[in-house]
Design a protein around this ligand. Sequence first.
Ligand code: NAG
Ligand code: NAG
Ligand code: NAG
Length: 811
Amino acid sequence: MGPCKGHVRGFIFWIILIVGFAQPNNGDLSYSVPEELKEGTVFGNIAKDLGVSVKGLRDRKARIDTDSNDKRFCNLKDGELVVLERIDREELCGSQPSCSLNYELVLENPLELHRIFMQIEDINDNAPRFPNSEIKLEISESAVKGARFPLGEAHDADVGRNAIQSYSLEKNDYFSLAAHSGSDGGKYSELILEKELDREQQEEVALLLTAIDGGTPQRSGTALLRVTVLDVNDNLPVFSQSVYTTNLDENSPEGTKVITVTATDADEGANGEISYEFSRISDKTAKIFSIDKVTGEITVAGVIDYEEKKIHELRVQAKDGAGLVSHAKVNIDVIDVNDNAPAIQIKSLNVPIPENVAPGTEVGIINVQDKDTGGNRQVRCSIQQNVPFKLNPSIKNYYTLVTTAELDRELLAEYNVTITATDEGSPPLSSSKTIHLYLSDVNDNPPVFEEQSYSAYVSENNKPGSSVCSVSARDPDWRQNGTVFYSLLPSEVNGVALSSYLSINGDTGVIHAVRAFDYEQFRSFKVQVVARDNGSPPLSSNVTVSVFITDENDNSPQILYPTPEGNSFMTEMVPKAALSGSLLSKVIAVDADSGQNAWLSYQIVKSTDPGLFTIGLHSGEIRAQRDISESDSMKQNLVISVKDNGQPSLSTTCAVYLVISDNLAEVPELKDMSYEENNSKLTSYLIIALVSVSTFFLTFIILIIAVRLCHRRKPRLLFDGAVAIPSAYLPPNYADVDGTGTLRSTYNYDAYMTTGSRTSDFKFVTSYNDNTLPSATTLKRSPGDNSECLNFTSLDFTDTASKCSTLIKFK
Ligand SMILES: *[C@@H]1O[C@H](CO)[C@@H](O)[C@H](O)[C@H]1NC(C)=O
Ligand SMILES: *[C@@H]1O[C@H](CO)[C@@H](O)[C@H](O)[C@H]1NC(C)=O
Ligand SMILES: *[C@@H]1O[C@H](CO)[C@@H](O)[C@H](O)[C@H]1NC(C)=O
């Protein structure tokens, strides 16, 4: 087998081998044996090389000895050298370039010693190998093109050509590979950056690195080159949107999430750590929103008021660890919430309102505003129903308040009008305002007396200055328009100015008597009281006050008959034959007072012969109590008291002289009959009176007898006759002051009188009636002609409108 394989080294070996053979005396044998031969493989022929036959070798006990205890890798078999055990050159010699095994061939008989060199030839049985299957490399992304990064060395147990010859790198964009031989002969590789790295594009570059040896067949080993691109803060944070837009309800509570802004930073670590904050923000807005530094969440931190700001524009910035900053805008549209009640403003108010304004008069202008928007801003305005005002919508959100009816301050002087404004939000908000409207007075009410008419009753003889009555009128108007002054309407009473009778207190309406009244002078009168207010122009009204003077018992009875005047006295003749009960005389008295005060009663207080005469208590008729007898004294004197029924009662006395005689001539001592002193004048008067009365009486009797004879069928009329009391008998002041002759019935009364005639009595009655007139002859009266009655007018105290005021009725 040819040891030389055509390689340079092999060639050298072959030369050495030839040289070795050329020195046979050394008897050394040299063989080149490739490693890794199979067991039993023959690699040399000793027999042939030594020129000894196989038999000769066997005979000479040829054997191979080792120097020491070295392991024997070959053996001698039939003159041939065979591989005894697998030979691993790398195990035997490592990386030494030459590797040989030395053995000795021993031949005996004769002893011959030959050295055998076994040159172990390398075969490429090992592949290159990297120390780690993965090579980690960190390269900053900022590394510039051309930068070199040495890589570790791969290892190949083989030597020489079988060792690593070159490296190759997987094809890629970034790196190329350069190989260098180190001083120790090893081959290194270097990574050359061909294209700049961008961590953000490719964080890691993994490449297969291959080491190739030069053996045949060629072997290679690979490792994974893992290039980690180290970050450089070369990236700005980037917001997910450049403008964020969101809506936010107004009045959102604090802490309400508004929006979250997010920014990303392609960088790593601190370079990619983003913090958020507001940039360029007004102080006001800064109080309303806050942003979470870490999460970018914007929350409400203050009061969101739509009415204050409808859109908030925030600028946010994101900053990475190295301070690179980018910005974004956040637009927050605030959504209106109906949180503003309408505001009512009173723009003008014309108060006080004169009470006489016409319906429809404008009294105020109201403005209503709502700060909200849309429906929340639509406002309806109203006032309560029961007032005479209404709201009229005017321009825009103005309303006018107008009256709807006539106003009357005296009925209702003030109104509280509540204006309610409600918006159309949901829920609606409303507000209200109360305005105080009050009316000013107009003098539209005249004073009104509390009564339709007044009656005052005043006792006569009142004290001047005493109050008679009081009138009062009301005027509901205000202040001077309602201030009432009283006055009396000037007039005359009985021809005298009213003011001399009455006065009125202008303020109080109390009417005073100016002087004392006399019932006997006049009994009533009327006066008009005017109440006038102080307005301008003033209003007034009037009322009638009827003043009635009431009677007092201030007049004592007056005797009409027998006449007390003068000192002359009258003597009544009493027939001697007068029987018991016969009417002898009559006392006639009157009283100027009226009623009870004029109710007269008669009494005999003194008499010559008590028991002989009686007097009618009320009639004043003097009658015989018993038959007159001869024995009775001819002269009889009676003192009669006439008393009225007043309280206290007043009385008068008079004397009546009676002569019991049938013949005037029998009365010689008339003088003696007087209790009083006599003088001749009086006596003569008395005689004249006596004579006249007697004559009158006789004439009367004759007349009566004559009448009786003519009218037998009417014997009762014998003494009938009309007696006219001369008006001179009446009290002087019996005039009726009441022009109409009208007096209230309470003041009516009957007057009772007696006549001097013993045969007649008469009575004044209150009414006149034809039926009561017994005879046309006694009282002539024709309708429409009252002449015959006129004599009695002065006695008429009735209230009838009788044509003839008085009737004298005869019994
Ligand atoms: C109006 O309101 C005022 C004040 O509240 C009150 O004094 C007055 O009595 C009210 N008037 C009416 C008519 O209700
Ligand atoms: C009285 O009424 C008049 C109008 O008639 C008015 O001008 C005046 O102001 C009123 N006086 C008072 C005090 O109200
Ligand atoms: C008194 O009042 C009446 C109506 O009540 C009126 O007709 C009359 O003129 C008044 N008289 C005076 C004097 O004012």
